[in-house]
Design a protein around this ligand. Sequence first.
Ligand code: HEC
Length: 211
Amino acid sequence: MDQKKQPEITHAEYASKKGEIALRPHEFDGIQEYDQTLPNWWLFIFHASVIAFVGGWFLYYNVGLTKTDAENVDAQLERIASAKAKALEDMLSTLNDETLVNQWATDTTVVDAGRQIYQANCIACHGENLTASIDVGGGQKVNLPGLSLKDAEWKYGAKPMDIFRIINEGTPADSPGHNGAKMQAWGQTLPPLQVAQITAFLIHENEAEFR
Ligand code: HEC
């Protein structure tokens, strides 16, 4: 007897040919499940993501082919640090006691820029009038945390470049500061140009002393 071979067909395919929806044989709490395969486009994306994950995991964590996030951050920080060092070096190649007093501090645009940066960053501790105190009325004065920048006394050197340096580098590590307060290194937040502009402003405000 020669039986004709039937093409193999799944239950679900058979049902769908008949225009029916096949159900899986199980049932839980009256809930049944359709017996349908997921669309190929969906399966393709699913399998591709699994492969991409395994490949990515292997290359990133085992082979070390790509840089880790930590290495990327370190490289960026290094780049920023060297750009800052370069900017300071460039500034120091032309900035000196003589140019600060005779060029920077006599240029009104430079001094005005310095005044604005001073007002934005320094008045909290050195006062709007540079005396490190504020007038609270009735002849009363309140001292601010900083030192007076108008008393012709410069604790860390009275040369223009000494003033640039104390602003740029802050209180030296081995100094106890003033009443226990140390000043931050403004070079961390302000570019060398702005530190030079504030220095020019301070020299301008203390003109008699520097000329
Ligand atoms: C949070 C408070 C604070 C701020 C803000 C501050 N300083 Fe100071 N500054 C101090 C203190 C405190 C000292 C004294 C440090 C010491 O004795 O080591 C000081 C010292 C100085 C000195 C040395 C003064 C001297 O007579 O020897 C200069 C110059 C100076 N600051 C400039 C600036 C400039 C410019 C800014 C703004 C960019 C600024 N400071 C912002 C607290 C501050």
